[in-house]
Design a protein around this ligand. Structure first.
Ligand SMILES: [Zn+2]
Length: 428
């Protein structure tokens, strides 16, 4: 078969308008794109039936669990989940066993990702040795081994001196410290947001200040060192207000929000069901609204899923005992499209940008996030017309832990290409 593929009868969004789209893939790259494109002889034509064509989506926050926790997920299943959701580039967190805190381990992990992944995987380096928060890694050595993103995600870095040292090193290369902002002393061992909902279920509450206080401290350190400070999964109104103010002051700060913090609040938790347990927890309705406002006014830079698979058994233990996190790769686009674009709260352009070009820009990722002639043919195709029900038996992830199972959504993925290779297709 020819390696030339012509996608016809698609649509794409440009300047907030849907226009006809045809796209020619040649030798793994985008060779032409426009309202009408001729493929020449021997081209393989694919009819997209009016579906939406977007750049392959970019998710800067996923957990692939390999090595160490392959009962929850593997690089193969996690990347299969990603392409099922239209993602072609994902950034994988370093809460692995062993973690990749030395150049040799980092190189090993990159190799492992390459061997088993069907998508482009950007590996995070931990910020601290062993992710223990006591001593910063050697950033220059990790950089030489290929590390571009740094995070201890899963845990906050408690020691301000360690953050200061890490940021000083990171600033030299203009690399981001991506922070799971959490002060353990202020978390009070909470498993759900502190407030009336926690009280209703008699569960220990995690106060919002455990996040906000840590962000305040780290913003000041970022300002002093000039480092790029990226806040993972921001969740409280006060955090967003602080980041907005810091941006106005010229601090080099960016942040992401998860789909679940945009879609849910703690008052949506009807019973002690750990499918609603994640960290940071679902917050108050006003925090959920602040996340929306922050996205729309540019305080929040992008959306990232925090895809965090666990086994069914682990998640069936209620809020007190279950691990934190929900899966997100396979449902993010459709949920956000259905709840916000169809409801005219965001535009389709905004949603696509927050999931592609915006993460590309804040982390300076090469050759992703745009539909551009000459770039690798990383492409997602979504069906905006046909409703589908979210079902766990259709997940490619090993994790089934999602509070959105049973929801009816528009915008399911119909095709995903990575470097011009068809890696997911709804039809077969
Ligand atoms: Zn986190």
């Amino acid at each position: 078969m020819s390696d030339k593929i012509l996608l016809v009868n698609g649509r794409r969004v440009q300047n907030d308008r849907l226009t006809r789209c045809e796209l020619l893939i040649d030798d793994g790259k985008i060779a032409a794109i426009g309202e009408q494109v001729t493929g020449g002889e021997g081209v393989h034509r694919v009819d997209l039936h009016g579906n939406l064509v977007t750049p392959g989506l970019v998710d800067v926050h996923v957990h692939l669990r390999e090595p160490g926790f392959t009962n929850k997920e593997t690089i193969a299943t996690g990347s299969a989940a990603a392409v099922h959701g239209g993602f072609t580039t994902i950034a994988a967190m370093a809460n692995l066993n062993p973690t990749c805190d030395t150049p040799a381990r980092f190189a090993d992990q990159v190799e492992r990702n390459k061997r088993a992944g069907q998508v482009k995987i950007i590996q995070y380096s931990p910020v601290t040795v062993g992710r223990k928060g006591k001593q910063a890694v050697d950033v220059e050595q990790q950089y030489q081994a290929g590390a571009r993103l740094f995070s201890d995600d899963g845990a906050g870095i408690q020691d301000a001196g360690v953050v200061y040292d890490a940021m000083k090193q990171l600033a030299k290369r203009n690399l981001p410290l991506c922070d799971h902002a959490q002060d353990d002393q202020l978390s009070m061992g909470g498993v759900i947001n502190a407030g009336p909902v926690a009280a209703k279920f008699s569960l220990p509450g995690m106060p919002a200040i455990s996040e906000t206080a840590q962000i305040a401290r780290n913003l000041v350190i970022a300002q002093a060192t000039g480092a790029h400070y990226h806040v993972c999964h921001v969740s409280t109104k006060e955090s967003i207000d602080l980041i907005r103010h810091a941006k106005q002051m010229g601090v080099n700060v960016t942040c992401e929000v998860t789909p679940h913090h945009l879609l849910l609040a703690d008052t949506d938790i009807a019973k002690d069901d750990a499918e609603f347990k994640m960290n940071p927890p679902l917050r108050r309705r006003i925090d959920q609204e602040a996340c929306l406002v922050g996205l729309l006014d540019g305080t929040i830079d992008c959306i990232a899923t925090d895809h965090a698979p666990h086994t069914d058994k682990e998640k069936q233990q209620g809020f007190l005992k279950s691990p934190n996190g929900i899966v997100g790769s396979e449902t993010a686009f459709a949920l956000l499209y259905t709840r916000f674009v169809k409801a005219k709260i965001f535009t389709l352009q905004q949603l696509v940008d927050w999931l592609s070009v915006k993460p590309q820009q804040i982390f300076n990722l090469p050759n992703v996030g745009l539909l551009r002639v000459g770039d690798p043919a990383d492409i997602a195709v979504f069906d905006l017309a046909q409703p589908t029900k979210i079902k766990v038996d259709q997940f490619f992830s090993k994790g089934h832990n999602s509070p959105f199972v049973g929801d009816v959504v528009y915008g399911s993925t119909s095709r995903t290409y990575v470097d011009g290779r068809l890696v997911y297709s709804k039809e077969n």
